[in-house]
Design a binder for this molecule. Structure first.
Ligand code: S3P
Length: 448
């Protein structure tokens, strides 16, 4: 039996891991491009005037869905495998597509694109996605868009995909969002591009600000009030194509940060990672847990902060993760829950109800999986607490499932490397949504 093997099971793949064969993670590596920035570079490129050039785009399934949707609406996107991808924009005039737009598994594609579709007068769009997308809440974007004058109909009293959109000239609007969601904020900012007047979004705490940064770089006028977490787009705005260099995704680096932090002897340098402060909650949480992570070579690349991250093994301790920190590490909670198993003391995650409406119910799925791995977990409506088992915790090898959620598949794979025996993770192919070849990387980094 090898350390790690992917076994074909019809439409799905099962990952088999022998946790007795894992070793320390050492050397240097890079991670694939940032998913959020990749989506936005394709979308802004598609509605801008002129050519956008993109380097480092994530070639995962989610950005491929974005590229396919915007190609179907007239953007000319070069081969995604090219080192430099070019997008010839539509100057704000998306074509009415001939068929249903399919966003696959991608919530970001769905929600951000909806703002652009809703604001294209006299055009009709039908939008759908996979089983997970068709179960995810869309009212959070449909409701404010409707207040701006959008005409959107959908399943379950206009709350779920599939949706039909009859594009309109939208009106200025100030939306006080009940949740800190970059997808909601970005959807409305994109809708505001064709509004004459101001579109303002106020959120309870700051969510990732990649849209704000990139919209400014593409020529839109924005005002930001950091004290109230408000952003105003002064419309209308005609964007102009730009050059975007996509940094490595800190959400993908997080798997290696935790894998190295919990594996004795590890000393790993992850180069070229985006460290936008609205995304570095995982670094703050790991610092609180006593992890040994340092930033080297900090710089700025096409408007986004970037650094190399060095991580070494250390004895972790439990901490509390909640409040305004949650939106800054929203996608890293599953892998932080794995780290918590190896801490001294209890880790408590609060204010994280949003995790229940991600690609899967990440609180329920992780609580059940970590319990199967031998952890003592208490699930709460808005979080969970995890009793740490210390640096030399021995997890129980077991049979797990990704629930087709990419971040669950990768988090459980990291956990399984610390279970001395053979574990299985079913439907592991989900990882390709944000991290193609993740398991190959895991093999080359940690095979003993
Ligand atoms: C994203 C925003 C977050 C995050 C998602 C990507 C984005 O979602 O979980 O993976 O690119 O805007 P929410 O806005 O729903 O929190």
């Amino acid at each position: 039996m090898t350390f790690l093997q992917l076994i074909d099971q019809g439409a799905h793949q099962t990952l088999q891991i022998d946790g007795r064969q894992g070793g320390p993670l050492t050397g240097e590596m890079t991670v694939p491009g940032d998913k959020s920035i990749s989506h936005r570079s394709l979308m802004l490129g598609a509605i801008a005037q002129g050519t956008t050039r993109i380097k480092g785009l994530l070639l995962g399934e989610d950005p491929r869905s974005t590229a396919a949707c915007f190609s179907a609406m007239g953007a000319k996107i070069s081969n995604l495998e090219d080192e430099w991808i070019t997008v010839e924009g539509t100057s704000g005039q998306l074509q009415e597509p001939d068929n249903v737009l399919d966003t696959g598994n991608s919530g970001t594609t769905f929600r951000l694109m909806l703002g652009l579709l809703a604001s294209q007068p006299n055009k009709f769009f039908a939008v759908t996605g996979d089983d997970s997308i068709r179960a995810r809440p869309m009212k959070r974007v449909i409701a404010p868009l409707t207040q701006m004058g959008a005409v959107i109909a959908g399943k379950a009293h206009n709350t779920l995909a599939p949706l039909g959109v009859q594009g309109q000239q939208l009106k200025p609007f100030h939306y006080h969002s009940p949740i800190a969601s970059a997808q909601v904020k970005s959807c409305l900012l994109l809708a505001g591009l064709s509004v004459t007047g101001d579109t303002t979004i106020t959120e309870p705490s700051l969510s990732r600000d990649h849209s704000e940064r990139m919209l400014k770089a593409f020529g839109a006028k924005l005002s930001i009030d950091p004290t109230t977490h408000s952003v105003t787009l002064h419309g209308p705005a005609q964007l102009t194509g730009q050059t975007v260099i996509v940094p490595g995704d800190i959400s993908s680096a997080a798997f290696w940060l935790v894998a190295a932090a919990i594996t004795p002897g590890s000393n790993l340098l992850i180069k070229n990672v985006g460290v936008n402060p609205t995304r570095t909650g995982v670094l703050d949480a790991l610092a609180e847990m006593n992890a040994d992570v340092t930033l080297e070579n900090e710089r700025e690349v096409t408007g986004e902060p970037v650094a190399d991250l060095r991580v070494r093994h250390s004895q972790l301790k439990g901490c509390t993760i909640g409040g305004a920190l949650i939106p800054r590490l929203i996608d890293e909670v599953p892998i932080l829950a794995v780290a918590a198993l190896f801490a001294e003391g209890t880790t408590t995650i609060t204010d994280a109800a949003e995790l229940r409406v991600k690609e899967s119910d990440r609180l329920a799925v992780m609580a059940a999986a970590l319990t199967q791995l031998g952890g003592s977990i208490t699930e709460q409506p808005e979080g969970m607490s995890i009793v740490g088992m210390g640096a030399d915790a021995r997890l129980t090898p077991t049979d797990l499932d990704s629930y087709t959620d990419h971040r669950i598949a990768m988090s459980l794979a990291v956990a399984a490397t610390c279970a001395p025996g053979i574990s299985h993770i079913h439907r592991a192919e989900a990882a390709a949504v944000s991290y193609p070849r993740f398991f190959d990387r895991l093999r080359t980094l940690s095979a003993n």
